[in-house]
Design a protein around this ligand. Structure first.
Ligand code: ATP
Ligand code: MG
Length: 787
């Protein structure tokens, strides 16, 4: 896809892409420059991946876009070069390229310091010698304005002198701070003379002992962005209140081309988006570090960790992580994401990569009593038995002694158990039908062996004579199988929101069964010699990967990346097994205690409302709604009705589906029946977006209000003044005003300074209160100027 086509496709995807497209169309910026700014104080996690996919994605989608990798290393105490290295590796592994644009905030320390002196000289900053406690106390509260400390009106020269001596190391930690002089009565507490610099006699991993004063994030970050000419500075929602300070710093840093000041054209703007929070895990680096330091996990790359390194080791691919980030989208409201979404993306990706093989985790010996002594038969087994259009097979040896899964045998089978039991038959995948004739036990009464007979006429799964064999199980030949270690990973916490409530005891919610190690499982011989990092699907068990740290071709260690479909766990025990030679996955999962995870998962087809099943098919086949969205939209009658009503109100199905699945907060989706709004109103909103009447960021504002207090979308748009002005007459009036007020610039433009277009667009946009449809405005302006 060409960049323009990809930019066009990107524009409607989320409010940030829409904003970037608008900013480029209006000439506000001539390219998009983003940055991913991690602090090197821990490993990257999947929340960072969301930010990486967004920032690098924008750079890729829009012509001349660029994304910087910048280490925000302004805090000496916790940073380390080992984190720098792991972060670079992870960003590259995720598939993103920063080219030459690798930066370190600490490289700007000298300039930041110079800017701070400038602020002091301008009367915009002062050295405060109060204690931390006194400063906090004088700052006031939300209901009370702050008071000046006795240092606020200290002469500029005195502040300058003290600040220089702070840098020179004359004072101990905490003796003085540098504060901006802004507004002690500001309703925004962050504007009440924020601290810009503090004294810290600490060793910096990159600057060594060159500095003993360090800038605070709120001061450093906007400067870093401005120096690098970032256009869109994207951060998570908790920084919303910091935006005002961000703008203040950007407005007050000195500009010019002398190499110390920031480039004059650089006016980065901050926009916030929702942080990713994933069920059953934590995202804070501080907490992840605690897990590592206390030995709850084996390290940052423990496959249970939500880190990129952990996911990679678990067997998750970069493609799956990117697909997940695309699936969850970018929105403005914080919600927790169901881990089922991540698992969906992982399965969807591995399905095409992982050949199917057989592995027995908890072996039970089966002796085939009527098998010719010493005989071995090679069965041809496809690697891709299902819907994956791939070819390839391998020989699997069958002999008189096999291992089957211990839980595929029941001495006293419950109703609906279709696997092996005394006197019963089962099909061995790709092999023969066997019957259990005798059960051998040890002195403790444990079953140690089954003696079975096979039916030579059933090779490859045929069931002659109308015989009804419901179950199919996996197996390996005992003499040929390769022993291996298998690590079964489960979610790290038992609680979907381990961070809820008291922060201190999140570790109490660790899942004690998050790792089960099977030291001696048996895998079919074809897998022997597999390199580390190779994917397989173990039939009926899940997707597995050879561990990249501990596995060797002659000593295999497998990690379970993800189980097979969740829905299968819910199939009623009485449901028939498959008789088509495919693995009967319905039998496998019952013993697992997975209940909490089923919250948002679909019920098995057998239990589901046939009307919803019909809609699921229709949404996908007729309306072209993507499978995952169609799935969400048919989870229950309420959401399906909501969607139907939106379409009935005239919304395009794809737009409505996207909005309901991606923009409606999950919290709202779960109580659709009690919302003050309904599908009809949301459908109307979708129609307005598609008609270009409002931008998608405006739509999000409207949606917020609908969810909170209902109403008619049209009224909300009018009341809030959100309607995009596309009306040519209205836009022309604004344009005429601008051209009349700036005859000199018009002349310059016509003489060839076409770069002034951005200026005109900005002026005209301001006259429409920011509501002009930028694309229309720009083309009308060009026409007027070239007339
Ligand atoms: P933590 O609180 O875990 O230390 P952080 O936000 O301080 O996280 P940084 O290294 O400063 O971590 O983050 C780098 C970038 O990644 C920031 O722009 C931040 O907004 C983004 N980011 C961090 N966590 C998430 C998340 N859960 N979802 C989306 N973006 C995130
Ligand atoms: Mg941070």
């Amino acid at each position: 896809m060409s960049t323009t086509a990809s930019a066009r496709a990107a524009a409607g995807r989320d409010f940030i892409r829409t904003m970037v497209a608008d900013d480029l169309a209006s000439g506000k910026y001539d390219r998009v420059v983003t940055r991913f700014p991690p602090e090197p104080n821990g490993y990257l996690h999947i929340g960072h991946a969301k930010s990486i996919c967004l920032n690098f994605g924008l750079a890729r989608e829009f012509a001349r876009g660029r994304c910087h990798l910048r280490f925000d290393d302004t805090n000496p105490e916790t940073e380390d070069v080992k984190y720098v290295e792991s972060i670079i590796e992870d960003v590259r592994w995720l598939g993103f390229d920063f080219g030459d644009h690798l930066y370190f905030a600490s490289d700007y320390f000298e300039r930041m310091y110079a800017f701070a002196e400038h602020l002091v000289r301008e009367g915009l900053a002062y050295v405060d010698s109060s204690s931390e406690e006194e400063i906090r106390e004088a700052r006031g509260t939300v209901t009370e304005p702050g008071r000046p400390t006795r240092y606020r009106d200290r002469p500029v020269e005195e502040s300058l002198d003290l600040f220089r001596r702070m840098r020179a190391g004359e004072f101990g930690d905490g003796a003085h701070v540098l504060r901006a002089r802004i507004d002690l009565a500001s309703p925004n507490m962050l504007m009440r003379d924020p601290v810009l610099y503090r004294i810290r006699h600490a060793h910096h991993y990159r600057q060594g002992d060159a500095w003993c004063i360090y800038p605070l994030y709120d001061y450093a970050h906007p400067i870093e962005d401005a120096i690098e000419c970032i256009t869109h500075s994207l951060c998570t929602l908790e920084f919303e209140n910091n935006r005002e300070l961000y703008d203040w710093i950007v407005a007050n840093v000195p500009r010019g081309d002398d190499g110390v000041a920031v480039p004059p054209q650089s006016h980065p703007e901050q926009t916030e988006f929702a942080r990713l929070a994933l069920d059953y895990t934590v995202m804070s680096k501080r907490k992840l570090l605690q897990l590592v330091n206390r030995g709850d996990v084996s390290g940052w790359d423990d496959p249970r960790m939500p880190t990129i390194a952990g996911l990679r080791r678990r067997g998750v691919t970069p493609e799956a992580i990117r697909a997940f980030c695309e699936l969850i989208g970018v929105a403005k409201a914080n919600t927790r994401v169901d881990i089922a979404k991540l698992e969906y993306a992982i399965r969807d990706d591995l399905n095409h990569r992982a050949p199917r093989v057989m592995c027995v985790l908890r072996p039970l010996r089966v002796v085939i009593t009527n098998w010719p002594a010493g005989g071995v038969e090679e069965l041809d087994a496809p690697y891709w038995p299902h819907d994956v259009p791939k070819e390839g097979s391998r020989p699997v040896p069958f002999s008189g002694e096999l291992y089957i899964e211990r839980e595929d045998f029941a001495e006293d089978p419950p109703q609906g158990f279709f696997r092996l039991a005394p006197g019963r038959e089962v099909r061995l995948r790709y092999g023969y039908i066997i019957r259990c004739d005798e059960v051998v036990k040890n002195a403790d009464g444990e079953v140690v062996e089954l003696r079975c007979s096979y039916d030579p006429g059933t090779r490859g799964g045929a069931a002659p004579g109308g015989r009804n064999v419901k179950g199919t199980i996996h197996w390996v030949s005992a003499a040929h199988a390769v022993p291996c270690e298998v690590r079964l990973y489960d979610r790290l916490f038992t609680d979907p929101d381990p961070e809820a409530g008291d922060d201190a005891d999140f570790r109490a919610r660790l899942n004690p069964d998050s790792l089960v190690v099977i030291e001696r499982a048996f895998i079919e011989p074809g897998v022997a010699g597999a390199d580390p990092g190779v994917h397989f699907q173990f039939e009926r068990l899940g997707y597995f990967t050879t561990d990249i740290v501990d596995s060797a071709p002659d000593a295999l260690v497998f990690n379970r990346t993800v189980t097979l479909r969740d829905t299968w766990a819910k199939v009623a025990p009485g449901a028939p097994g498959r008789s088509d030679g495919r693995p009967d996955r319905t039998q496998k999962r019952a013993p697992r205690k997975r209940a909490p995870q089923q919250r948002e998962a679909r019920a098995a087809p057998a239990e589901r409302d046939p009307a919803l099943e019909g809609r699921l098919r229709r949404y996908q086949a007729e309306l072209g709604v993507p499978a995952e969205q169609a799935d969400v939209l048919t989870r229950d009658v309420a959401i399906s009705t909501f969607f139907e009503n939106a379409m009935a109100a005239g919304a395009a199905p794809l737009s409505a589906a996207r909005l309901i699945v991606n923009e409606l907060p999950r919290e709202a989706r779960e109580r659709l029946d009690s919302l003050p709004t309904d599908g009809t109103a949301v459908g109307t909103l979708v129609r307005m977006i598609d008609a270009g009447e409002i931008s998608s960021s405006a739509a999000r504002e409207v949606l917020d209000e609908l969810i909170r207090s209902g109403g008619a979308p049209g009224d909300i748009v009018e009341r809030r003044g959100l309607r995009q002005v596309s009306d040519e007459a209205a836009l022309r009036a604004a344009i005429d005003d601008v051209l009349r007020d700036h005859p000199d610039k018009v002349e310059q433009y016509r003489a060839g300074r076409t770069g002034l277009l951005g200026f005109f667009v900005g002026q005209a946009m301001a006259r429409t209160g920011g509501r002009a449809n930028p694309a229309v405005l720009k083309s009308l302006l060009e026409a007027a100027l070239n007339a």
